[in-house]
Design a binder for this molecule. Structure first.
Ligand SMILES: *[C@@H]1O[C@H](CO)[C@@H](O)[C@H](O)[C@H]1NC(C)=O
Length: 290
């Protein structure tokens, strides 16, 4: 008789394969946007590399549009000298009054830390920047960067640590993105006039091409347009009933957010009193950590 234990183990590893296969195949999930050969889908669709040289950056975007979801990407940033470069992973709708939720990684000279620049752009208006250092070297390994976007709040996470939350407070005059479907975008481009140490450190083009790697894209999200009871009317979730739809920060999440913001935040529009001499934006008055 065969061992009764073998079967479940075999089954488990089969499930494991199915799940990791589902966790994104770039051939199925994305379109290359620009950059020709500088964007490459490799390893049977598991890896994308984006490169930047003096002539061009590169980028890709999701085939699908989504209205709410959790978006995960594993990224390994440009090693060595990355001054003047910006590597991104973001959500955006289209047009002049678009909404956008940004992760931008500002490069630096060799050995100096990247800055994670986050922004939320609503109806074409930005100005809600928060910036962070990371608590690890993002060029050594792949790390998980996530955006949770549901009707109640936006949560931006690094390796499951929430670094930023933007709430749908319902304050008069404070917007929240609820009605424009977004695509996921990932790009690499040059911003040597401002990205590194305020623009003082320029790109060393002799080190080009600069290359970042992307893996494990997973959109657990409501695809637009379609219909399902788990998603807003006119969109559908491939994985019904998942946690992101009601996700907000609990006690543990708030503690982690406080930790990240106390130790690693380098800029917060909410405390930029020079920029807002007549008072910071209204949503900033709600909570110290957000
Ligand atoms: C680059 O390194 C310098 C020096 O450590 C630091 O002040 C700066 O914030 C870092 N990041 C960027 C993007 O300039």
């Amino acid at each position: 008789m065969s061992s009764p234990r073998l079967f479940p183990i075999a089954l488990l590893s089969l499930f494991h394969c199915l799940i990791s296969a589902m966790a994104g195949n770039f051939y199925q999930d994305i379109d290359i946007l620009f950059g020709d050969w500088r964007s490459q889908i490799l390893q049977g669709g598991e890896l994308v590399t984006l490169s930047l040289d003096k002539a061009s950056g590169s980028g890709f975007r999701s085939k699908n549009e989504y209205l709410f979801g959790r978006f995960d990407m594993r990224m390994k940033l440009i090693p060595g000298d990355s001054a003047g470069t910006v590597t991104t992973f973001y959500l955006s709708s289209q047009g002049p009054t678009h909404d956008e939720i940004d992760f931008e990684f500002l490069g630096n000279s060799s050995g100096d830390p990247f800055i994670v620049h986050t922004n939320i752009i609503l109806q074409g208006k930005g100005g809600k920047e928060q910036e962070f250092f990371l608590w690890f070297d993002p060029t050594k390994d792949f790390h998980l960067y996530s955006i949770v976007w549901n009707p109640k709040n936006i949560i931006i996470l690094v390796d499951e640590v929430p670094i930023r939350v933007y709430n749908n407070w319902g304050i008069k005059g404070v917007r929240y993105p609820t009605d424009q479907p977004m695509r996921m975008y990932s790009t690499i481009w040059s911003a040597e006039d401002w990205a590194t140490q305020g623009g003082r450190v320029k790109t060393d083009w002799s080190k080009a091409p600069f290359t970042a790697s992307y893996m494990g894209y997973n959109a657990n999200a409501c695809v637009w347009p379609s219909s399902s009871s788990h998603c807003p009317s006119n969109s559908t979730s491939p994985t019904p009933g998942t946690a992101w739809q009601n996700q907000k920060l609990g006690v543990k999440g708030r503690n982690m957010l406080r930790w990240a913001q106390k130790k690693y935040m380098v800029y917060n529009y909410c405390t930029d009193f020079r920029r807002y001499p007549r008072g910071v934006p209204r949503e900033c008055r709600k909570s110290r950590f957000m």
